[in-house]
Design a binder for this molecule. Structure first.
Ligand SMILES: CCCCCCCCCC(=O)SCCNC(=O)CCNC(=O)[C@H](O)C(C)(C)COP(=O)(O)OP(=O)(O)OC[C@H]1O[C@@H](n2cnc3c(N)ncnc32)[C@H](O)[C@@H]1OP(=O)(O)O
Length: 165
């Protein structure tokens, strides 16, 4: 991603399915912040194949879900997906980069309503997504993960580009 106005954001975890650099089955999303939005350029490949030559809808959904997880850096809250809806507007060819942009549409109490758009470098928007995330605290994760990993999620440099807000 060459845009100079973008601020790189750290992965959720090295093994995260969406953005973890150490997950061999992952999408390896590199995500940046652009004002109050987050963006990633994803190129689906043969690991993400659905129909011949096309990306699997689940892979597209996973990319959107993980990108929504980066809006949390902007909102400065910890939250998890309660509902995710993807509109598959057109087939997504393998091997062609698509930029996904996501942001907060509105907040109501613990409910974060998020939206995303996926557009090819040819200018064609091929999918959009909406999600409801619900704000949680560390008790949500504590029974399931290593204490150090849970703590790390809550001490990420989420506020390092606060000047942009
Ligand atoms: C997070 C760090 C980064 C990690 C990587 C990011 C990866 C991308 C994100 C994910 O993949 S997260 C993993 C997938 N998601 C989950 O595993 C979540 C599983 N679900 C839960 O644990 C609970 O359902 C949840 C914590 C989301 C909510 O349970 P709670 O008991 O805390 O809340 P509740 O059910 O009372 O709902 C909270 C609010 O949302 C509202 N709500 C719930 N479902 C709704 C719905 N369908 N539509 C509208 N509102 C809804 C509900 O009315 C309520 O409103 P109020 O706060 O105003 O009372």
């Amino acid at each position: 991603m060459a845009d100079s106005t973008l601020t790189s954001l750290p992965p959720h975890h090295p093994q995260c399915l969406g953005c973890g650099p150490d997950n061999p089955a992952g999408l390896h999303l590199a995500v940046s912040r652009d004002g109050d939005s987050v963006v990633t350029d994803v190129t689906f490949d043969k690991r993400h194949r659905g129909a011949p030559g096309l990306a699997h809808g689940g892979a597209i959904s996973a990319a959107c879900d993980d990108l929504f997880g980066f809006v949390l850096y902007v909102v400065e809250e910890m939250a998890v997906t309660r509902r995710l809806t993807v509109d598959y507007l057109a087939p997504v060819p393998l091997g062609q980069p698509h930029r996904i942009t996501a942001g907060l549409q509105r907040r109501h109490g613990r409910r974060l309503h998020l939206e995303a758009t996926g557009t090819g470098h040819d200018g064609i928007t091929r999918f959009t997504a909406e999600a409801l995330f619900v704000v949680v605290d560390h008790h949500h994760f504590a029974p399931h993960g290593l204490e150090a990993d849970v703590q790390a999620m809550f001490t990420r440099p989420q506020r390092r580009d606060r000047k942009d807000r």
